[in-house]
Design a protein around this ligand. Structure first.
Ligand code: HEC
Ligand code: HEC
Ligand code: HEC
Length: 441
């Protein structure tokens, strides 16, 4: 069948994303903007001229801050590669489509964006169209970046211009990503082009938070479920999505990103301070970071000001409960088997009450990870442990990593424990099968 419609749907299905983060902890930018001149410049008489910090352009400094808020570095740095030089591979759930690679956004004129004007850059960020009319794929989160203001994009552009140009051409993309025109149709369906419009009935802090979460922070890229054409489902915003992660060459592990709304299966049990602390430090009384959230905090959120972290938390706390889970009634046999395994393997730290404790472990009762729509992260934590990435802050009271239990437990046992913790206490979650566990091994 050769109807243009079926062709475009096929091509649309080829578009997509799902970040396979090869670079778990991308290195910090090579050309760190020096500290503000006021702070760095020592008193004139004491300062050997050679050490005097060059003056910092406030626009560049602002741009660096915003580039961190947008976490450009995590996606635009390949494993052991130069920061911002691109080459990180992304795959979609449709693996036959092959890979797409992030581009070199250093100012190299041949392999980077050195010849781009400020207007070119702003257009690419806001509309997903590169100079020459080339449509970009939404593995690049321009569907979120479209909300970012002209002024903020000018600052990011000014910052990127100060990076050392790196001559590096990312590997070519899979054949499916050679065809870019179908993105026109995809954009017509799913791109809501336009800047963030403040809600004047809400305080400035809330609006700042919404701007960061929905725009530069692109939290929905992982925390919002996607439809078959891989667009974020706007009706289920931030209710929990999944994220593929490349563990080693050819091996992908899926993670569940939690429901961030006020559902009891989401962040209903977290207060604003706990959310803000988690974003800024990677730890709160409720949870610590692991999996793909590691690089979000380590490369991006830890660098935000306390005020911005608080603003994001204020906005997140205001998200009405959505995507509430459904209780799965455990049979007596499931309860007995689950409780016995829990007692042997989990109780010591997470306690019978499921509440965990200070310096011990986070709560499982009410946990958004335990109750996430997809059980992938819960299974991963049991099999591989909960490992906090290096390079993050180590706040007081942060837990040790939880150790891997995968070698001790069969798929069947992991499934029994997971089903149990998803439905014991007041928790709600779909049951987990041995097959679900096998997929995560
Ligand atoms: C979730 C991953 C991700 C994040 C975060 C991300 N990018 Fe990208 N970006 C990509 C991918 C993948 C491409 C390639 C898209 C394509 O080829 O269609 C890309 C392409 C681009 C392009 C087009 C370059 C070209 O040569 O065509 C620009 C400009 C860009 N990104 C800038 C940024 C900036 C600035 C940030 C941070 C504010 C950022 N990106 C954050 C994944 C990301
Ligand atoms: C690259 C994908 C990705 C992006 C982008 C992302 N997250 Fe996450 N997030 C995850 C995953 C996966 C988890 C589960 C692992 C964990 O808890 O560390 C998670 C966990 C969380 C949790 C903890 C839930 C719990 O109960 O432990 C919060 C809160 C959170 N993210 C907030 C955010 C915010 C706010 C943003 C945007 C600034 C964001 N995330 C962006 C993938 C992502
Ligand atoms: C020796 C102590 C210990 C044992 C035993 C243990 N855990 Fe953990 N668990 C932890 C710690 C500590 C963390 C937090 C790690 C971090 O934040 O990096 C954690 C984190 C978790 C999380 C993530 C919670 C969230 O909301 O982010 C889940 C889920 C979890 N454990 C489930 C289990 C299950 C199920 C078992 C039994 C099979 C178990 N744990 C056994 C110490 C333990």
């Amino acid at each position: 069948m050769k109807s243009p419609f079926s062709l475009s749907i096929f091509a649309l299905a080829m578009t997509g994303f799902g970040a396979i983060a090869v670079a778990q902890n991308a290195p910090p930018p090579a050309s760190e903007t020096p500290a503000p001149a006021v702070e760095a410049a020592p008193p004139a008489e004491a300062a050997p001229p050679a050490e005097a910090a060059p003056p910092v352009d406030p626009l560049v400094e602002k741009g660096q801050y915003l580039a961190r808020a947008g976490n450009c570095i995590s996606c635009h740095t390949r494993h052991n590669g130069e920061p911002f030089a691109g080459g990180l591979a992304f795959k979609t759930p449709y693996t036959f489509l092959g890979e797409i690679h992030s581009t070199n956004i250093t100012p190299d004129p041949e392999t980077g964006i050195g010849t781009w004007t400020e207007a070119d850059f702003i257009k690419a960020m806001q509309t997903g169209v590169a100079p020459g009319g080339e449509h970009l794929f939404p593995a690049f989160p321009y569907t979120a970046f479209t909300l970012v203001s002209q002024d903020d994009l000018k600052a990011i552009y000014a910052y990127l211009k100060t990076l050392a140009p790196v001559k590096y051409t990312p590997p070519s993309n899979g054949i499916a990503f050679a065809m870019r025109w179908p993105m026109m149709f995809w954009n017509a369906l799913f791109l809501k082009e336009g800047r963030y419009q403040p809600d004047t009935s809400k305080p400035d802090e809330w609006n700042r938070g919404a701007y960061l979460v929905e725009g530069l922070g692109h939290c929905g890229a992982c925390h919002t479920p996607r439809n078959l054409l891989l667009a974020e489902k706007s009706s289920d915003k931030l209710t929990g999505g999944t994220q593929p992660d490349l563990v080693e060459e050819g091996k992908i592990r899926t993670w569940a990103a939690a429901n961030l709304t006020q559902a009891t299966t989401g962040l209903g049990a977290w207060n604003v301070d706990q959310i803000a602390k988690y974003l800024k430090t990677g730890h709160s009384q409720k949870a610590g970071i692991f999996g793909p959230m590691n690089e979000v905090v380590i490369n991006s959120l830890q660098h935000l000001t306390t005020e911005d972290a608080k603003a994001m938390a204020t906005y997140i706390k205001s998200l009405p409960a959505a995507g509430e889970g459904v209780k799965y009634p455990l049979s007596d046999a499931q309860k007995t088997a689950g409780a016995a395994l829990y007692k042997t393997h989990c109780d010591e730290c997470h306690l019978d009450s499921g509440r965990g404790g200070f310096m011990k472990a986070p709560p499982l009762a009410g946990s958004a990870i335990v109750q996430a729509p997809s059980s992938a992260s819960l299974i991963n934590v049991i099999i591989y442990g909960a490992i906090t990435g290096k390079g993050g802050p180590t706040p007081f009271g942060a837990w040790e990593d939880m150790k891997a239990l995968g070698a001790k437990l069969s798929d069947e046992e992991v499934a029994t424990i997971a089903t149990f913790v998803r439905n014991n206490w007041d928790n709600k979650g779909t049951p987990v099968t041995a097959g679900d566990v096998a997929k995560q091994r």
